[in-house]
Design a protein around this ligand. Structure first.
Ligand SMILES: [Zn+2]
Length: 244
Protein backbone atom coordinates (compact mmCIF):
# COMPACT_ATOMS: atom_id res chain seq x y z
CA UNK A 1 0.00 0.00 0.00
CA UNK A 2 1.20 3.46 -0.84
CA UNK A 3 0.82 6.09 1.88
CA UNK A 4 -0.96 9.38 1.16
CA UNK A 5 2.42 11.14 1.14
CA UNK A 6 3.80 8.65 -1.39
CA UNK A 7 0.72 9.08 -3.56
CA UNK A 8 1.34 12.82 -3.54
CA UNK A 9 5.09 12.58 -4.10
CA UNK A 10 4.77 10.20 -7.04
CA UNK A 11 1.46 11.57 -8.33
CA UNK A 12 2.85 12.55 -11.74
CA UNK A 13 4.22 9.07 -12.41
CA UNK A 14 1.20 7.34 -10.88
CA UNK A 15 -1.02 9.04 -13.46
CA UNK A 16 1.26 7.75 -16.21
CA UNK A 17 -0.23 4.78 -18.05
CA UNK A 18 3.25 3.22 -17.90
CA UNK A 19 3.50 3.25 -14.11
CA UNK A 20 0.25 3.69 -12.17
CA UNK A 21 -0.11 2.66 -8.53
CA UNK A 22 0.85 -0.93 -9.33
CA UNK A 23 4.03 0.20 -11.06
CA UNK A 24 4.88 2.52 -8.20
CA UNK A 25 4.56 -0.39 -5.77
CA UNK A 26 6.94 -2.41 -7.97
CA UNK A 27 9.45 0.45 -7.95
CA UNK A 28 9.19 0.74 -4.18
CA UNK A 29 10.50 -2.85 -3.91
CA UNK A 30 13.63 -2.35 -6.02
CA UNK A 31 17.02 -2.76 -4.36
CA UNK A 32 19.88 -1.54 -6.53
CA UNK A 33 23.64 -1.58 -6.17
CA UNK A 34 25.36 1.28 -7.98
CA UNK A 35 29.08 1.15 -8.74
CA UNK A 36 30.52 4.66 -8.85
CA UNK A 37 29.23 8.09 -7.86
CA UNK A 38 30.82 10.23 -10.57
CA UNK A 39 29.63 11.58 -13.91
CA UNK A 40 27.28 8.67 -14.69
CA UNK A 41 26.53 7.89 -11.06
CA UNK A 42 25.36 11.38 -10.06
CA UNK A 43 22.33 11.62 -12.37
CA UNK A 44 21.60 7.90 -12.16
CA UNK A 45 21.39 7.98 -8.35
CA UNK A 46 19.37 11.21 -8.31
CA UNK A 47 16.71 9.81 -10.66
CA UNK A 48 16.52 6.38 -9.04
CA UNK A 49 16.04 7.95 -5.61
CA UNK A 50 13.59 10.55 -6.93
CA UNK A 51 11.55 7.79 -8.61
CA UNK A 52 11.11 6.02 -5.27
CA UNK A 53 12.99 2.73 -5.32
CA UNK A 54 13.31 0.91 -1.99
CA UNK A 55 17.04 0.93 -1.51
CA UNK A 56 20.18 2.24 -3.22
CA UNK A 57 23.64 1.07 -2.21
CA UNK A 58 26.51 3.07 -3.71
CA UNK A 59 30.17 2.13 -3.72
CA UNK A 60 32.86 4.69 -4.56
CA UNK A 61 36.35 5.22 -3.16
CA UNK A 62 37.07 8.71 -4.47
CA UNK A 63 37.11 12.20 -2.99
CA UNK A 64 35.58 15.25 -4.70
CA UNK A 65 38.03 17.33 -6.74
CA UNK A 66 37.61 20.58 -8.64
CA UNK A 67 37.85 18.85 -12.02
CA UNK A 68 34.84 16.63 -11.09
CA UNK A 69 32.41 19.52 -10.85
CA UNK A 70 32.06 19.99 -14.61
CA UNK A 71 30.04 16.75 -14.79
CA UNK A 72 29.48 15.19 -11.35
CA UNK A 73 26.37 17.10 -10.44
CA UNK A 74 25.89 15.66 -6.96
CA UNK A 75 28.75 17.84 -5.72
CA UNK A 76 29.53 21.51 -5.32
CA UNK A 77 32.57 23.64 -4.46
CA UNK A 78 32.09 23.14 -0.69
CA UNK A 79 32.56 19.39 -1.16
CA UNK A 80 36.08 19.48 -2.60
CA UNK A 81 38.38 17.20 -0.61
CA UNK A 82 35.51 15.27 1.02
CA UNK A 83 34.67 11.61 0.39
CA UNK A 84 32.07 11.37 -2.35
CA UNK A 85 30.02 8.76 -0.50
CA UNK A 86 29.63 11.08 2.51
CA UNK A 87 28.12 13.80 0.34
CA UNK A 88 26.04 11.32 -1.65
CA UNK A 89 24.38 9.92 1.45
CA UNK A 90 23.39 13.41 2.67
CA UNK A 91 22.18 14.71 -0.71
CA UNK A 92 20.14 11.66 -1.62
CA UNK A 93 18.57 11.31 1.83
CA UNK A 94 17.44 14.93 1.61
CA UNK A 95 15.96 14.31 -1.82
CA UNK A 96 13.87 11.32 -0.73
CA UNK A 97 13.90 10.14 2.87
CA UNK A 98 11.68 7.17 1.94
CA UNK A 99 14.58 5.53 0.11
CA UNK A 100 17.19 3.62 2.11
CA UNK A 101 20.60 4.91 1.07
CA UNK A 102 23.70 2.92 1.92
CA UNK A 103 27.16 4.11 0.88
CA UNK A 104 30.56 2.49 1.15
CA UNK A 105 33.96 4.03 0.52
CA UNK A 106 35.56 1.07 -1.13
CA UNK A 107 37.45 0.11 -4.26
CA UNK A 108 35.39 -2.38 -6.26
CA UNK A 109 37.09 -5.65 -7.10
CA UNK A 110 36.21 -9.35 -7.37
CA UNK A 111 36.09 -9.80 -3.62
CA UNK A 112 34.71 -6.51 -2.31
CA UNK A 113 31.68 -6.46 -4.62
CA UNK A 114 30.42 -9.78 -3.21
CA UNK A 115 29.65 -8.12 0.14
CA UNK A 116 27.04 -5.90 -1.47
CA UNK A 117 25.12 -8.08 -3.93
CA UNK A 118 22.85 -9.95 -1.51
CA UNK A 119 19.16 -9.43 -2.30
CA UNK A 120 19.88 -6.89 -5.05
CA UNK A 121 17.59 -6.67 -8.06
CA UNK A 122 20.03 -4.63 -10.15
CA UNK A 123 23.69 -3.76 -10.39
CA UNK A 124 24.17 -0.45 -12.20
CA UNK A 125 27.64 0.19 -13.52
CA UNK A 126 28.56 3.87 -13.35
CA UNK A 127 32.31 3.24 -13.30
CA UNK A 128 34.86 4.87 -15.57
CA UNK A 129 36.82 1.80 -16.62
CA UNK A 130 36.39 -1.38 -18.69
CA UNK A 131 37.80 -3.63 -15.98
CA UNK A 132 34.96 -2.75 -13.63
CA UNK A 133 32.35 -3.09 -16.38
CA UNK A 134 33.50 -6.65 -17.11
CA UNK A 135 33.54 -7.36 -13.37
CA UNK A 136 29.98 -6.04 -12.92
CA UNK A 137 28.82 -8.10 -15.90
CA UNK A 138 30.46 -11.29 -14.58
CA UNK A 139 29.11 -10.86 -11.05
CA UNK A 140 25.63 -10.07 -12.40
CA UNK A 141 25.60 -13.15 -14.65
CA UNK A 142 27.02 -15.49 -11.97
CA UNK A 143 24.55 -14.32 -9.34
CA UNK A 144 21.52 -13.86 -11.55
CA UNK A 145 21.16 -10.15 -10.95
CA UNK A 146 20.03 -7.83 -13.73
CA UNK A 147 22.61 -5.24 -14.75
CA UNK A 148 22.81 -1.95 -16.61
CA UNK A 149 26.21 -0.92 -17.96
CA UNK A 150 27.12 2.37 -19.63
CA UNK A 151 30.30 3.80 -21.04
CA UNK A 152 31.10 7.27 -22.27
CA UNK A 153 33.83 9.28 -23.94
CA UNK A 154 33.71 12.85 -25.14
CA UNK A 155 30.36 13.18 -26.96
CA UNK A 156 29.73 9.43 -27.32
CA UNK A 157 28.13 6.79 -25.16
CA UNK A 158 27.00 3.17 -25.07
CA UNK A 159 24.38 1.47 -22.96
CA UNK A 160 23.31 -2.15 -22.44
CA UNK A 161 20.90 -3.95 -20.10
CA UNK A 162 21.57 -7.53 -19.11
CA UNK A 163 19.08 -10.17 -18.05
CA UNK A 164 21.45 -12.95 -16.91
CA UNK A 165 21.39 -16.14 -19.01
CA UNK A 166 18.38 -14.85 -20.93
CA UNK A 167 19.81 -11.92 -22.88
CA UNK A 168 23.21 -11.22 -24.40
CA UNK A 169 25.68 -9.84 -21.86
CA UNK A 170 28.45 -7.25 -21.96
CA UNK A 171 31.01 -9.97 -22.63
CA UNK A 172 29.05 -11.24 -25.63
CA UNK A 173 29.69 -7.87 -27.26
CA UNK A 174 33.03 -6.62 -25.99
CA UNK A 175 36.42 -8.28 -25.59
CA UNK A 176 37.91 -7.97 -22.14
CA UNK A 177 41.27 -6.20 -22.27
CA UNK A 178 44.08 -8.34 -20.82
CA UNK A 179 44.99 -5.52 -18.50
CA UNK A 180 43.54 -2.08 -18.09
CA UNK A 181 45.38 0.28 -20.39
CA UNK A 182 46.86 2.80 -18.02
CA UNK A 183 46.93 6.15 -19.67
CA UNK A 184 48.29 9.19 -17.96
CA UNK A 185 45.93 11.44 -19.82
CA UNK A 186 42.29 11.51 -18.65
CA UNK A 187 39.67 10.82 -21.32
CA UNK A 188 37.88 13.85 -22.74
CA UNK A 189 34.32 14.20 -21.42
CA UNK A 190 31.67 16.77 -22.23
CA UNK A 191 29.73 16.95 -18.94
CA UNK A 192 26.36 16.49 -20.58
CA UNK A 193 27.37 13.08 -22.01
CA UNK A 194 27.53 11.15 -18.69
CA UNK A 195 24.52 13.24 -17.67
CA UNK A 196 22.44 11.77 -20.47
CA UNK A 197 23.81 8.24 -20.21
CA UNK A 198 23.45 8.19 -16.41
CA UNK A 199 19.82 9.25 -16.69
CA UNK A 200 19.25 6.53 -19.29
CA UNK A 201 20.74 3.96 -16.88
CA UNK A 202 18.16 4.97 -14.26
CA UNK A 203 15.46 4.76 -16.93
CA UNK A 204 16.53 1.21 -17.83
CA UNK A 205 16.21 0.13 -14.18
CA UNK A 206 12.75 1.71 -14.02
CA UNK A 207 11.52 0.28 -17.34
CA UNK A 208 12.95 -3.18 -16.68
CA UNK A 209 11.18 -3.22 -13.30
CA UNK A 210 7.90 -2.27 -14.95
CA UNK A 211 8.26 -4.83 -17.73
CA UNK A 212 8.43 -2.11 -20.39
CA UNK A 213 10.63 -2.42 -23.50
CA UNK A 214 14.28 -2.15 -22.50
CA UNK A 215 17.77 -2.64 -23.93
CA UNK A 216 18.02 -6.39 -23.38
CA UNK A 217 19.69 -7.89 -26.47
CA UNK A 218 20.45 -4.40 -27.75
CA UNK A 219 23.36 -2.02 -27.53
CA UNK A 220 22.38 1.64 -27.60
CA UNK A 221 25.00 3.73 -29.37
CA UNK A 222 24.66 7.42 -28.57
CA UNK A 223 26.38 10.02 -30.71
CA UNK A 224 25.71 13.47 -29.29
CA UNK A 225 27.78 15.19 -31.95
CA UNK A 226 25.16 14.46 -34.61
CA UNK A 227 22.39 13.61 -32.11
CA UNK A 228 21.88 10.02 -33.18
CA UNK A 229 20.64 7.18 -30.95
CA UNK A 230 21.16 3.80 -32.65
CA UNK A 231 19.80 0.61 -31.14
CA UNK A 232 21.87 -2.27 -32.44
CA UNK A 233 20.53 -5.81 -32.10
CA UNK A 234 23.07 -8.06 -30.38
CA UNK A 235 23.18 -11.84 -30.11
CA UNK A 236 23.99 -14.09 -27.18
CA UNK A 237 27.36 -15.79 -27.74
CA UNK A 238 27.07 -19.55 -27.22
CA UNK A 239 30.59 -19.68 -25.82
CA UNK A 240 30.13 -16.80 -23.40
CA UNK A 241 29.85 -17.05 -19.60
CA UNK A 242 26.16 -16.14 -19.90
CA UNK A 243 25.45 -19.29 -21.95
CA UNK A 244 26.85 -21.66 -19.31
ZN1 LIG B 1 27.47 -13.19 -22.66
Amino acid sequence: MLTEKQKERYSRQIISEFIGEEGQKKLSNVKALQIGAGGLGSPCALYLVAAGIEELTIIDDDIVSLSNLQRQILYNEDDIGINKVEIVEKRLSKLNSNVKIFTHKEYVDNESIKKFIKDKDFIVDCSDNMKTKFLVNRVAVENNIKAVIAGIKDLYGQLITINPHKSACYQCVFNEPESEIKTQKPLPVIGVTPGILGVLEALEVIKTTLGLPNLENHLLMVNLLNMSFNKIKILKDENCICSK
